[in-house]
Design a binder for this molecule. Structure first.
Ligand code: GLN
Length: 535
């Protein structure tokens, strides 16, 4: 069967939740039995978001094959079964880099290298590459980052115009816009949507479906008006009002308006199933409406004002709470301002990943508080390194111990670069990225959670636990419960005499789904619920 393509653009303003909407569309189409693949095209010039500040760009989502990608891929993972790899995200930086490298090698045989056709050809190649990642793909959803009208997204829009022109029966465009309510006028305004579709038309792209983000449900009259001015049929104007309870309502909103049917009709697809299945989302909304438990988790980080910086962590906490019929409350604690008071009212604490010195003291204080007071603690990546250093300082009495990331001259480099550790060659200061296997100790909490002997989890860090200190730690009740055997590296650590104090060098949050909460997060939340009841 011919592969079909859906291009999703955004208009009027940014932050409309295009990634979440794209993932929800993917979810509905999958539930009709179609095999999908998803691609995010990002107009910025960074080669990947790995070097970007989380304040600006939010979380960096890592795939099994070690690609550092846009956080929207996290939504794709959570809502769909799309393959995710280097082929799932392309930035302008990568596209230009490829074209320029080719030019330097003389591969353009003396031609003038131009945005059209050379850059646009490379973009089209990325779309095709995504479609052939796995056999049997029916449909590729391509989300274009940014807002129509931005200078930098023009080559992407031109490429999808050409792509559709070459395959007129196999592509559709969905445009996500904003329909504001003007309080002073007491009216909903369609003009920004008209302008933004006009802008798209002026570059040769006719949207087939208009998705309208709005504060409230749009009346039929407003939808009619948008259909008329934007040149689409009325069943192709779909509203996506602000959700009341949770983002998990989005697939339900879209399915109620039969968006999947409209897409299937437009693309002449014949899906195996005649209706979408939204049972999982209904169940989640029911749990959110009638929770049996409540649990509060303190997340101690330095990007707490930027909600996207810990996206997958917060989502994973939510999945775990939902799987235990609990309502989750997250208390963001600024790692720079930790005091005894910050710890009040939380049933457990999570210290997420991070880089650099800021916030260290507060995170160490958190680990110490949790260890001494026997409160559940979950340390992820940096949070695991913090847990080890706190233990070295206050249990092993190695008071100046540190990570060489912060203090290169520490007498006790508990966490250091492999190149600084003895007997390990050729693994300098490069990032350990992507999936690695990890063997679990059958007598550990980690094993109890996963219930398998070997797991695979994704990494994104440079520094590692220094095995020179391992036996000292072990003698004092610190368990190395997960090991990457080939590299002889500590992947999961636990405090033995503690209800739940676990640190992982990897990032489990990249592999949690609303339909399948991550085992470690589930085990952590269940310990926190227990703490609240017994504590
Ligand atoms: N900064 C630490 C390292 O590079 C931890 C990284 C992280 O938390 N992702 O090892």
């Amino acid at each position: 069967m011919q592969v079909k393509y859906i291009f999703i653009t955004g208009g009027v303003v940014s932050s409309l939740g295009k990634g979440l909407t794209s993932a929800s569309i993917g979810n509905l189409l999958e539930s009709r039995g179609l095999k999908i693949a998803m691609l995010k095209l990002d107009p910025y010039l960074n080669v990947d978001p790995g070097t970007m500040n989380p304040f600006q760009h939010g979380e960096v989502y890592v795939t099994d094959d070690g690609a550092e990608t846009d956080l929207d891929l996290g939504h794709y993972y959570r809502y769909t079964n799309t393959p995710l790899s280097k082929a799932s995200n392309a930035t302008s930086g990568q596209i230009y880099n490829t074209v320029i490298k080719r030019e330097r090698k003389g591969e353009y045989l003396g031609q003038t290298v131009q945005v059209i056709p050379h850059v646009t050809d490379e973009i089209k190649k990325r779309i095709l590459d995504c479609s052939i990642q796995e056999e049997g793909t029916n449909l590729v959803l391509v989300e274009i980052g940014g807002t129509v009208g931005d200078i930098e997204s023009l080559p992407f829009l031109e490429a999808i115009r050409q792509f559709r022109n070459e395959r007129p029966h196999d592509c559709i465009n969905i445009h996500l816009t904003y329909v504001p309510y003007l309080k002073a006028a007491g009216e909903v305004k369609t003009k920004p949507t008209q302008h933004s579709t006009g802008e798209l038309r002026s570059i040769g792209i006719m949207p087939d479906i208009i998705l309208c983000r709005s504060e409230n449900v749009l009346s039929d009259q407003i939808k009619e008006k948008i259909a008329l001015f934007c040149n689409v049929s009325q069943d192709s104007v779909i509203d996506e009002p602000d959700v009341e309870k949770s983002i998990y309502e989005v697939p339900l909103q879209l399915s109620r308006q039969k968006l999947d049917d409209t897409i299937i009709k437009r693309l002449s697809l014949s899906p195996p199933k005649s209706e979408s299945n939204t049972a999982i989302w209904e169940k989640i909304i029911h749990t959110i409406s009638y929770p049996k438990e409540k649990v509060t988790i303190g997340v101690v980080g330095k990007y707490i004002d930027h909600q996207d910086a810990y996206k997958s962590v917060i989502e994973s906490l939510n999945h775990a709470a939902l799987s235990l019929d609990a309502e989750l409350k997250v208390r963001y604690i600024d790692a720079d301002k930790v005091s005894e008071k910050s710890f009040l009212g939380c049933d457990g604490f999570l210290v997420p990943g991070g880089f650099g010195e800021r916030g260290w003291t507060g995170k160490i204080q958190t680990a110490r508080f949790c260890r001494e007071k026997k409160i559940p603690y979950f340390g992820i990546c940096l949070g695991m390194q913090i847990m080890a250093i706190e233990f070295a300082r206050h249990v092993l009495d190695l008071s100046d111990s540190h990570s060489t990331e912060i203090d290169p001259n520490t007498p006790y480099p508990i966490i250091s670069l492999l190149s600084e550790q003895e007997n390990i060659l050729n693994m300098g200061g490069t990032m350990r990225l992507g999936a690695y296997p990890c063997k679990l100790d059958p007598a550990s909490r980690a094993f109890k959670a996963y219930n398998v002997e070997e797991i695979q989890e994704r990494h994104r860090h440079r520094y590692e636990f220094n095995n020179a200190f391992k036996s000292d730690f072990e003698k004092n009740g610190f368990l190395f419960s997960g090991i990457w055997e080939e590299g002889m590296l500590a992947e999961i650590v636990e405090i033995v005499d503690h209800p739940w104090m676990v640190g992982t060098q990897f990032h489990p949050e990249f592999k949690s789904k609303p339909s399948a909460a991550h085992p470690l997060f589930k085990s952590f939340i269940s310990a926190a619920i227990k703490e609240q009841k017994d504590g």
